[in-house]
Structures are given as C-alpha cells and as structure tokens.
Unconditional design. Structure first.
Length: 94
C-alpha cells in the first residue's frame, strides 16, 4: 500500500513537531510492506533528517519558490495531484 503524507502546508509551530513525531513513530512501526511518500515544505525539511529512515520512505522537498506567489503555489498543487496518481487506491473489504 502507498501512503501520501502531505507536510507541505507546515510552516512553523507545533504542527511541525507533531508531524516529526508521527513520522518517527511510523518509521519504528511494523508497516514494512507499505510505501510512505512524504511531501515536505522547506521549513519542515529544515527541521528534519532523513538519515535514519527505512527504505520504504520517499521524501519530496518542495522548493521555496513554490511559496513566493499564488501562481507558483498552483504548481505545487499540480505536483501533489501528480503524486496522488501514483498512490494505489485500496478498498478495505470486511
């Protein structure tokens, strides 16, 4: 299963710390059969180290240029939509 984790809107404050804690918990977990795609804002990436993460994590850092104006922000949205097409949609049958 592929999971997209969108941290692109995290700029400052406690949200970054919560996301870091969440990612560290996922890394320590037993979901080795899942692929995690993490999209990071520049501010999030500055507080984050990818060194200790397993191979089932892929990180995409958005440049600061995406945040300069609205038109560039629309490029970020297109990029996220592209990533969305990479994700396998899984229906849980119970």
């Amino acid at each position: 299963m592929k999971v997209l984790i969108d941290c692109s809107n995290l700029q400052v404050g406690g949200g970054i710390q919560v996301a870091l804690s969440f990612l560290n918990d996922l890394n320590e977990g037993t979901l080795s059969d899942s692929m995690f795609l993490v999209v990071m804002s520049p501010q999030f990436a500055d507080n984050f180290s990818q060194d200790n993460f397993k191979n089932n994590f892929k990180f995409f850092e958005l440049s600061k240029g995406f945040y300069k104006n609205f038109m560039r922000r629309s490029r970020q949205i297109l990029f996220l939509q592209f990533l969305d097409h990479l994700i396998i949609k899984v229906k849980y049958l119970k």
